[in-house]
Design a protein around this ligand. Structure first.
Ligand code: GLU
Length: 275
């Protein structure tokens, strides 16, 4: 593809570090000179996202030399889009409410681990319509889970194309019955990303290798929701000198900090792997 629409989609939960710079520059390069590089703010998690970090994302990426069209899509302003997608899946009989706490799931025994945590052991899957209605009426908080077996029966086998690894058989069942709407916010990472990438016309989804497994779920959601299917490219993660991936929580040096130390945008781009 000569030119494409790509995006960098950070969550404003801290200052950007070199790993983010790599991801943003990677997405911009994939867009190509004639393409379109978009910025999206993934702020569905109100308890962890902070407004000053949104402004810092704009400032630090501009300083790095990147630009993008306005308006920037902010997920928190588009809950209606996610609600509509959930309504469609619900209409297909593919969702069920789950009232379990983490402790309930842990108590249920040693559930095998999936890419997002323990595979849900199906406790609430077997509740009757009456039991569900009763708990909802009592105000018990609930998440919405995808009935994975039914969803797969609906779509049949799926595959997706990674630009580096070729055609990949989709294995969303590794995740079990994933949460598509959380108790605290009426969407989830998987749902919001799939809906947004389609609405924004993203044709190459670029992101880190750590999110490679999530692509299986996104491919399934695209099929269920009748969304266009992009191609993907997953980049290796930047590691620190001890070989560990950079993370906000480990105080990886922020782009802001490097700038304050007097480094130039060119130097930081080089440190992020883009000469
Ligand atoms: N918002 C996600 C993150 O900050 C990235 C989402 C994606 O690229 O699919 O890790």
């Amino acid at each position: 593809m000569m030119s494409a629409t790509t995006r960098f989609a950070p969550s404003p939960t801290g200052l950007l570090h070199l790993g983010h710079a790599h991801a943003a520059l990677f997405a911009a390069r994939e867009a190509g000179a004639e393409g379109s590089f978009l910025l999206r703010i993934e702020d569905i998690d109100a308890s962890r996202c902070r407004e000053p970090f949104v402004q810092a994302i704009f400032d630090d990426l501009s300083w790095l030399g990147l630009s993008w069209p306005e308006p920037v899509r902010r997920q928190s302003a588009h809950m209606e889009d996610y609600r509509a997608a959930l309504a469609r899946l619900d209409g297909m009989g593919l969702l069920y409410p789950c009232f379990c706490t983490r402790a309930d799931i842990a108590r249920a025994g040693d559930a095998p681990q999936g890419p997002d945590g323990p595979i849900y052991p199906g406790i609430c899957h077997s509740l009757s319509v009456g039991q569900r209605a009763e708990r909802i009426a009592q105000g018990v908080p609930f998440a919405l889970r995808l009935d994975m077996a039914r969803a797969l029966a609906e779509t049949g086998p799926l595959s997706w194309r990674d630009l580096d690894q070729g055609e990949i058989e989709a294995r969303p069942d590794d995740f079990g019955d994933v949460v598509l709407a959380r108790k605290d916010t009426p969407t989830s990472y998987h749902l919001a990303v799939s809906v947004d990438d389609a609405l924004q016309g993203i044709d190459i989804v670029t992101r880190g290798m750590d999110l490679f497994p999530s692509t299986h779920v996104h491919r399934l959601l695209q099929a269920l929701l009748g969304l266009p299917v992009p191609v993907w490219r997953h980049h290796p993660l930047i590691l620190d000198e001890t070989g560990r991936r950079l993370a906000k929580r480990d105080n990886a040096p922020s782009l802001r900090g490097l700038r304050e130390q007097g480094l130039s945008p060119e130097q930081v781009r080089r440190m992020a792997g883009f000469a």
